[in-house]
Design a protein around this ligand. Structure first.
Ligand SMILES: Cc1ncc(COP(=O)(O)O)c(C=O)c1O
Length: 390
C-alpha cells in the first residue's frame, strides 16, 4: 500500500488522547497508577460518583484513570463509536460484551468459526446463565433471518474467522439483525479499525483483542469494546459490575503501541500478500486462505468492506502426515511457534478447526502464519528450506 501513515486515522493515532497546551509536557502520558481519587468536598465526591460510568470522569481507579480515558477516546475516534470501554484482555472484551447484552431465556447465535475461547465461554459459562447458544454457518449472510426466534437477542461473529479465514457478509447480517431488534457483536481483531470499521457497516458492538495489532508488540494484554449508543451503557455497567480493568502498564503499552498502528498495518498488508502469493505457487500447497485470492471464502465481502488485509492467513497443504507437518513447523527458523499474533515477529501454528454447525471440508492440514516485520526475502528463504519436509 502506498499511502503509509497518510490517512486521516493516522492523524487520530498520533494526536488523539494526548495532553495539549502547556510548556514542558511529555509526548507520552506517564504510566498512571491509582486507586483512591481525592476530592475537596463531599459534594464534589458525590458528583463524581454519580457520573462514574462516564469516560473522563475520575472517581475511583477501577472506573478509569486519565490514561485509560485517553485510550478509550482514541478507540472511539478510530471506530466512530459512541463509547468505548477497555478491559483486561480480548477474551474479557468478548465475554463482557456478551454478558452485557444477554439475559436468562435469550437465544444467541454464534458463528461456527469463532475464536476457540469465544466458543468455550458460550458453551461453559454463558449457557449456565440460562442463555441458549446456537452455532450457525458463518457464510449464511442475510439468510440468518431464518435462524431468528422471538427470544434471539445477539449474533456473535468474527471477520474473518481467525483460524479459517472466511469473511462473512457483515452488512447483510447486521442489517437483518437490526430489522429484528437483534444486537450484533463482531470480533474485529484481525482487521483493526485501519482496515475495517464495522460500526459504520451497521454492527452494534466491535470487540478487539488489543494484545494483537493494537498493542502490537506481544507484551501488554488488553481488550476493547467499542459500542453504539444503545449498547454502550449496559456493557460498560456490566464491566464495572464485574470489576474488570486493565493494569496501568498495559494501558501505557497500548497507548504507545497504537501510535504506530497505521504504519504497522500497512507493512503487514504488503508483506502478507507477498508471502501468501509466493506460498500459493509452491507444489506442497493446496490453497492459501488470504482474502486477495478469489478462492478465499467471502473474498467478495472483504473487497467490499475492508481497505486492506492483516498479515495473518492460513495455508492448506496437500494431504500429508501429521509427523511431516510437525517437522516442517519445527524446521522453520524465523517463525516462532506460539499462540496469539499481531506483534512484530513472524509466527506459525497448525490449526484444527472446531465445527459443530458446519463441516470443515479441506482435506489437507491447515497451518496459520503471522507475518511480522522481518525481511520478506529472508522469510521466503526460510520457508523454502522447510517446505521439502512436507
Ligand atoms: C480473534 C481473537 N479474538 C480474541 C482473542 C483473545 O484475545 P486475548 O488473548 O487478548 O484475550 C484472540 C486471541 O488469540 C483472537 O484470536
Amino acid at each position: 500500500m502506498s499511502n503509509s501513515g497518510n490517512t486521516p486515522l493516522g492523524n487520530t493515532l498520533v494526536h488523539s488522547g494526548r495532553e495539549t497546551g502547556g510548556d514542558g509536557r511529555l509526548v507520552n502520558p506517564p504510566i498512571e497508577i491509582g486507586s483512591t481519587v481525592l476530592f475537596d468536598t463531599l459534594a464534589a465526591f458525590e458528583a463524581a460518583r454519580d457520573r462514574r460510568y462516564e469516560t473522563g470522569n475520575l472517581y475511583y481507579g477501577r472506573y478509569g484513570t486519565r490514561a485509560s480515558f485517553h485510550l478509550e477516546t482514541i478507540m472511539c475516534e478510530l471506530e466512530g463509536a459512541f463509547g468505548c470501554t477497555i478491559v483486561s484482555s480480548g477474551v474479557a472484551a468478548i465475554t463482557l460484551a456478551l454478558l452485557g447484552t444477554t439475559k436468562s431465556g435469550d437465544h444467541v447465535l454464534v458463528a461456527d468459526h469463532v475464536y476457540g475461547n469465544t466458543r468455550g465461554f458460550c458453551d461453559q459459562v454463558l449457557s449456565r446463565t440460562g442463555v441458549e447458544i446456537e452455532y450457525y454457518d458463518p457464510m449464511v449472510g442475510e439468510a440468518i433471518e431464518e435462524k431468528f426466534r422471538d427470544n434471539t437477542s445477539v449474533v456473535m461473529f468474527e471477520a474473518p474467522g481467525s483460524g479459517t479465514f472466511e469473511f462473512p457478509d457483515i452488512q447483510g447480517i447486521a442489517k437483518t439483525a437490526t430489522r429484528h431488534g437483534v444486537i450484533t457483536i463482531l470480533d474485529g481483531t484481525w482487521a483493526t479499525p485501519i482496515f475495517c470499521r464495522p460500526l459504520s457497516l451497521g454492527v452494534d458492538v466491535v470487540v478487539h483483542s488489543g494484545s494483537k495489532y493494537l498493542g502490537g508488540h506481544s507484551d501488554g494484554m488488553i481488550g476493547f469494546i467499542a459500542c453504539n449508543e444503545t449498547t454502550h451503557t449496559p456493557i460498560r455497567k456490566t464491566v464495572m459490575a464485574v470489576g474488570d480493568k486493565p493494569g496501568a502498564q498495559e494501558v501505557h503499552l497500548a497507548l504507545r503501541g497504537l501510535r504506530t498502528l497505521d504504519l504497522r498495518m500497512r507493512h503487514v498488508h504488503d508483506a502478507g500478500i507477498e508471502i501468501a502469493t509466493w506460498l500459493r505457487k509452491q507444489p506442497q500447497v493446496a490453497k492459501v486462505l488470504h482474502p486477495i485470492f478469489d478462492d478465499c471464502p467471502g473474498n467478495q465481502y472483504w473487497r467490499r468492506d475492508f481497505s486492506g488485509a492483516a498479515g495473518l492467513f492460513g495455508v492448506v497443504f496437500k494431504p500429508t502426515t501429521e509427523g511431516q507437518v510437525r517437522r516442517f513447523v519445527d524446521h522453520l527458523q524465523m517463525f516462532g511457534i506460539g499462540v496469539s499474533w499481531g506483534g512484530y515477529e513472524s509466527l506459525v501454528l497448525p490449526v484444527n478447526p472446531a465445527r459443530t454447525a458446519t463441516t470443515w471440508s479441506e482435506q489437507g492440514p491447515l497451518v496459520r502464519f503471522n507475518i511480522g516485520f522481518e525481511n520478506t526475502a529472508s522469510l521466503i528463504e526460510d520457508l523454502k528450506q522447510a517446505l521439502p519436509l512436507l
